[in-house]
Design a protein around this ligand. Structure first.
Ligand code: HEM
Length: 433
């Protein structure tokens, strides 16, 4: 008997979706309802966006899924937490989690703020600039320093250059296994390998150095080198390298994009900016990062930005076991996704969904199946607490010391960035004071 998939748009909508990012799943959802099938070169993805559908995915037994990025990233980051599943994935998460929570995470508060001030001071007054470039420099510095424990020095500069070059070498061609050829060193695959080798040399040297360093270092690399599971086993060198790169990528681009959107939303709706400034005013510039982290309106501003512009629009899974969604019995091999972007615009959950209304996050709370910028279940974003903390410190630092003006005059569209969907043009602004 033929398999039954939900209805959805035809083959060409995949190409349209790739090139025309104003064609969002909101249009498709309106036309086909929940769930719908969306065509991709790897077969249809069943996309759900109702809280019930999201719940079916996020509360299923974790053994139901393989990582969706496993196909694309295998051969590049085989042992990354993004690729592994089952017991190996659980073990890696357990070892990786501590630096991104609690006191260890909070120790980065002052670093986050001082990098924001440093890059803010480099913006010339009265000259247009692109916000996402500034926020990317901030978040990249923070993650490099947190991960490697290297402070402001040529090391950070060198890492920044190499990581950005590596990011840029992730063209769509490197994910297609048939195109992974050297072609005399000229192919995208060859370029990717060169950049990976360059970073590997630098990381290997740091590993050597840190293995023999006195105990007590708090950087993520040292913590990973020392980490042991309950059987006393640590991570292999390859596992450490793959996790470090995963953290560097996952940990700066998303946060940078979200910060740029937050500045856009606040400066497009000056009432929200004033409300936030009223909350920040009583705090001194050097206030305890913990006091900043507790500000309710600041948190609501970030949540509302994450609702409107989640940097990951849909959260994919590949089935290893059968799963039923809204009466559709899906089978091993099928792809499913929770459509965060669409869920976040359901008017029955978020009245006037296109409006930026931080207050809605103060007036009520939303379930993990209604508000899902961090994904969910066993693969929920490992850096969510770290990212929230960083966004709070950076927004606080920049708004406390500087004044900005938005130069965008109309709505800002979307653009694909490495691993995320970000604002087209990066949000043009000007520093006023
Ligand atoms: C605003 C910032 C961020 C957003 C919106 C975000 C969002 C996400 C999403 C949607 C996922 C997929 C979750 C799923 O499949 O259910 C994810 C995974 C992940 N994120 Fe984040 N992220 C952010 C920042 C960070 C930071 C700062 C780090 C690390 C320092 C990080 C590390 C990771 C890792 C390691 C994973 C893979 C988890 C796994 O597969 O088990 N992210 N993130």
């Amino acid at each position: 008997m033929a398999r039954r998939f939900p209805k959805g748009p035809g083959t060409f909508s995949f190409l349209r979706g790739m090139f025309d990012l104003s064609y969002t799943f909101v249009d498709v959802a309106k036309q086909y309802g929940d769930p719908f099938s969306f065509p991709t070169p790897f077969g249809p993805v069943v996309v759900t966006f109702s809280p019930e559908g999201n719940k079916a995915i996020f509360s299923a037994d974790p053994e139901t899924f393989a990582a969706s990025s496993a196909d694309a990233l295998s051969g590049i980051f085989d042992s990354s937490v993004l690729v592994t599943h089952g017991a190996q994935h659980r073990r890696q998460r357990k070892l990786l989690m501590p630096p991104f929570h609690g006191a260890r995470m909070r120790a980065y508060g002052n670093l986050m703020r001082s990098r924001a001030w440093e890059w803010g001071s480099r913006i010339e007054r009265g000259t247009p600039f692109v916000m996402v470039d500034v926020t990317q420099n901030i978040t990249l510095d923070v993650i490099i320093e947190a991960v490697f424990g290297v402070d402001r020095s040529e090391q950070v500069e060198a890492f920044r250059g190499e990581i950005l070059a590596l990011l840029q070498s992730f063209s769509p061609f490197v994910f297609v296994k048939a195109l992974r050829r050297d072609f005399f060193g000229l192919s995208p695959w060859a370029r990717l390998q060169r950049h990976l080798a360059q970073i590997r040399t630098r990381v290997d040297a740091l590993c050597q150095q840190y293995r023999t360093a006195p105990a007590g270092r708090q950087d993520i690399l040292s913590l990973l080198l020392a980490a042991k599971d309950e059987d006393g086993n640590g991570l292999s060198e390859k596992e450490i390298f793959d996790q470090l790169l995963t953290i560097l990528f996952a940990g700066h681009e998303t946060t940078a994009v979200m910060l740029a959107w937050a500045f856009y939303c606040l400066h497009r709706d000056l009432q929200t900016l004033q409300a936030l400034q009223a909350e920040l005013d009583p705090l001194a510039e050097q206030a305890d990062p913990e006091d900043v982290a507790r500000l309710p309106y600041l948190e609501a501003v970030i949540n509302e930005t994450l609702r409107l512009y989640p940097p990951v629009h849909i959260i994919h899974r590949r089935l290893l076991k059968p799963l039923s969604i809204a009466g559709y019995d899906l089978q091993p091999g099928d792809a499913v996704a929770a459509g965060a972007f669409v869920t976040h615009r359901l008017p029955e959950i978020y009245p006037e969904p296109e409006k930026f209304v931080p207050q809605r996050f103060i007036d009520r709370s939303y379930s993990a199946f209604e508000f899902l910028p961090w994904g969910g279940g066993a693969r929920r974003c490992l850096g969510a607490a770290f990212a929230m903390y960083e966004m709070k410190q950076v927004i606080f630092a920049l708004l406390k010391r500087y004044r900005f003006k938005l130069l965008e005059t109309g709505p800002v569209g979307f653009v694909h960035r490495p691993g995320t969907v970000g604002p087209k043009g990066g949000i043009r602004m000007q520093r006023e004071a």
